[in-house]
Design a protein around this ligand. Sequence first.
Ligand code: SF4
Ligand code: SF4
Length: 223
Amino acid sequence: MIVTQKRDRTKLLETIKDYNSFFLVGCSECAALCATGGEPELLEMKELLESEGKKVTGTFVAKTGCQVLGTKIELKPSKEALAETECILVMSCGAGTQSAVEVFKDKPVYPTNDSMFLGNMTRLQMFDQRCSLCGECILEKTGGVCPVTACPKGLLNGPCGGTNEGKCEVSPDVECAWVRIYNRLEKINRLDDLKVINEPKNWSAQNSPMTINSRAKKEEPKK
Ligand code: SF4
Ligand code: SF4
């Protein structure tokens, strides 16, 4: 999931001070789980804006905010409310905000959140970064623990010299990624995997901007 954090509300209000009417768009997926863009947060934002003398013409939680076409279709019933709206506030991730830019072509769109990382919810409202979207996954070689993300140095072939009693020298309260990898490989009887040297990472696999057409790939003739 994309983990988001609410932007500072005072700064947000300053950014949108030129507008008087707002339509709020949330997302029922990651943003709802992060408590940054579900129904309760939209209500909270509505109350905040109204307390500042602003008008909220409508609120809407998209099923999947980063799905441009779906969001466009879901918003059709809100056409009238949108017509009397000056500004759209998007309470999801940066991708959701950019969906809204495509949907609301003639209106200003502002994000209320910062997108932080791709991660997992480990406990209620606790999120850990798990993947840096490197474009060339090596989890099968590291027992399913990502050294690119979990090791601050991104080391691909074992720990640095700073590991101290299993902890990371950069963040002493965090377990060294390579200790986690070793323990995991030991548990699943795959310690021999450590004998294979990982090649330097091909960072060009992480180029941007990038477009992937999954449908075209599926249609490729079999060789
Ligand atoms: S190896 Fe790359 S793709 Fe795989 S989890 Fe780590 S950062 Fe993500
Ligand atoms: S102690 Fe471990 S996790 Fe921390 S930087 Fe060194 S190898 Fe990476």
